[in-house]
Design a protein around this ligand. Structure first.
Ligand code: ATP
Ligand code: MG
Length: 589
């Protein structure tokens, strides 16, 4: 079927939409691919839908290729399964909840682990039925705190989600690898420049987890790579390598010293250098132990104070901290809450007043670098005083460790110890992880094993952001004048422009369009007559971003048409009689 600009349901816009923050969003709206219906909720126009369907087709092809079977769950779901796994509460404000006329609780599914687990439980009962991989391409709903960047973070979006079911860990590992390999093929075919990084498993629980990130400056995810080895991780998942515990036999006893007016790390370091100079080197921020107080907001609404001890040259990274504690949210502790703990003196908080066994009973977790034997300068719990030579394991014992300190360019690689970390930004396109038995346990999915014994099934979960992929591909390929689709996902193969008033141009263009269509080439034909100038048509063609633009214009009198590559801008004149064969070869190559 030939798409004709004269009748296509599209209006290109000259002006950027006011709410568009990133180029892909601006251009998808301006080129007539999507329309906003509400914050984070979009309608798909014909051009957009074509791209979306092509992305879906590639994903389906690769899923079917690994033997996964497609099914489809409703988006409107009952509360009970989500209650059974705790997620009805855990999701907090993150999901859309609604009631039916009888007062029953429902939700719009943010992800479907529960439903997949239950359907397998309903139908399967033996190890002989496994392994099994099933998937859907389906609409998800999440009441995102910050819907942004158009399709990149929507409140309604399409996700391909698959789940694997195996009797044992080796089976899960094999299913995981198959999906991981399929994802590599999917993202290659979609034309992404991407990296695979280690990830935290977040609200889902489970163990091994990796994300596919499209490299993009507008990305919300920060990842790091090692300059030496192949280590790559989402910043939230970086695990700092703890140094080996050191002996403290030689370390003098801890001693409190007067450090008046030193509530910040910098004022403290300056004071230490003036009043207590070291022999070996000056004091530095990294010699101090900074204790940061936060409040954990549990999904059920309860609030719990938490103290975090990190080297004074670091800051707490909120995303990393929340990544460890998900679904708990974290807030800074305000003055009123601080005032409820008289043992805590602002600016001078020390380990003496922290920990579950201390008077404050506040749980105290420290950075992994704060290991046994290390010595620190830290608050003495008294205004204007700090303790020096306070040794971990001798003078205080934290309740545990936590990965909350920021990760910086130049930090040592936690794996090879030779290279350093470099950071960059990306968009999470896909996520593969080994859920393990969390959902199967919660929903009692068990099968009989070879020996006739009931065993809990182990699961993997694998997601691709389908609508997000459309925006991310656009973001990664666009230029100053418009969209610039890779051939695999473009809404058409060729954008044919009849440029001029002479009717013979339209007759020739019509003929070329028909022949291309008959040869299976998908054509968008700008057949608009009347006041639409060639200049307007060229601008629209560049904005819409079909990979090959063919101009039937003045050259036709000499028997040639112009074939232009949208991405490189390269043009060549091709004989009108040969152009169909030329384009068919181009599209198939
Ligand atoms: P994010 O960290 O970006 O919020 P997530 O880790 O919560 O994503 P998953 O639950 O792993 O997302 O969902 C699988 C995939 O669905 C993601 O890899 C992403 O591509 C896509 N996705 C998730 N949330 C959104 C959203 N709000 N809008 C569009 N796509 C999304
Ligand atoms: Mg994810």
């Amino acid at each position: 079927m030939i798409m004709r600009m004269s009748t296509l349901f599209v209006r290109t816009l000259r002006d950027d939409p006011a709410d568009a923050e990133v180029p892909s969003h601006r251009l998808l709206v301006r080129a007539g691919y999507i329309r906003r219906a509400a914050p984070g909720i979009y309608s798909w126009l014909p051009l957009g839908l074509r791209v979306l369907r092509r992305v879906e087709a590639i994903i389906r092809d690769e899923m079917d290729g690994i033997g996964a079977q497609e099914l489809s769950f409703p988006a409107l779901l009952p509360r009970e399964p989500y209650e059974a796994t705790g997620r009805w509460t855990e999701y907090g404000d993150g999901i859309f909840r609604l009631k039916d006329r009888k007062g029953g609780d429902y939700l719009l599914g943010p992800t479907h682990e529960e439903m997949f687990t239950l359907v397998v439980k309903d139908l399967y009962s033996s190890y002989k039925d496994l392994p099994l991989s099933i998937y859907q391409v389906q609409t998800k709903y999440r009441d995102e705190a910050r819907p942004r960047a158009g399709l990149l973070r929507g409140r309604e979006f399409t996700m391909k989600d698959s789940y694997s079911f195996d009797v044992d860990d080796a089976g899960l590992e094999a299913s995981y690898q198959k999906h991981r390999d399929a994802y590599i093929r999917i993202f290659d075919r979609l034309g992404f420049d991407y990296v695979i990084v280690k990830a935290t498993s977040g609200a889902m629980g489970g163990s091994k987890s990796e994300e596919f990130l499209a490299r993009a400056a507008v990305g919300e995810d920060t990842y790091v790579r090692c300059t030496n080895c192949d280590y790559a991780a989402n910043v939230e998942a970086v695990e700092v390598r703890a140094p080996a515990p050191t002996s403290y036999d030689e370390t003098p006893a801890a001693h409190a010293e007067a450090t008046p007016a030193t509530p910040t790390i910098q004022t403290l370091v300056d004071h230490l250098n003036a009043a207590f100079p070291r022999d070996d080197r000056p004091w530095a921020a990294g010699d101090t132990l900074k204790n940061v107080l936060v409040v954990l907001k549990h999904p059920d609404g309860t609030r719990e104070p938490l103290a975090i001890g990190i080297p004074g040259d670091r800051d707490v990274d909120q995303k990393r901290l929340e990544g460890q504690l998900e679904p708990i949210e974290v807030e800074a502790m305000d003055e009123a809450e601080l005032a409820r703990h008289p043992a805590l003196v602002k600016g001078y908080i020390g380990p003496g007043a922290l920990g579950e066994k201390s008077a404050s009973e506040i749980r105290y977790l420290v950075d992994p670098r704060v290991v046994e034997g290390t010595r620190w300068v830290t608050g003495a719990g008294v205004d204007g005083s700090h303790v020096l030579d306070l040794v971990v394991g001798r003078d205080f014992t934290p309740d545990g460790t936590i990965e909350a300190a920021d990760v910086r360019d130049g930090d040592a690689c936690p794996v090879c110890d030779v290279g350093t970390l470099e950071s960059a930004r990306g968009i999470e396109m896909g996520h593969v992880f080994q859920l393990g038995r969390k959902y199967a346990d919660a929903l009692d999915l068990r099968v009989l094993d070879v020996n006739g014994k009931l065993v809990t099934v182990t699961m993997g979960s694998y997601g691709v952001g389908v609508t997000r992929a459309v925006a991310a591909i656009a973001e990664g390929t666009l230029d100053d004048v418009g969209l610039c689709w890779p051939r695999n996902v473009a809404p058409a193969d060729v954008h044919l422009v009849a440029a001029g008033k002479d009717e013979s141009l339209y007759t020739a263009a019509e003929e070329i369009a028909r022949e291309l269509d008959a040869a299976g080439v998908r054509v968008l034909y700008d057949d608009r007559r009347g006041k639409i100038s060639p200049g307007v048509k060229f601008k629209d063609a560049e904005l819409i971003g079909v990979p090959t633009i063919v101009v039937i214009g003045k050259g036709l009198a000499d028997g040639v048409v112009e074939v232009k590559d949208r991405r490189t801008g390269e043009r060549e004149d091709v004989a009108a009689t040969a152009v169909v064969d030329h384009l068919v070869a181009l599209v198939r190559s």
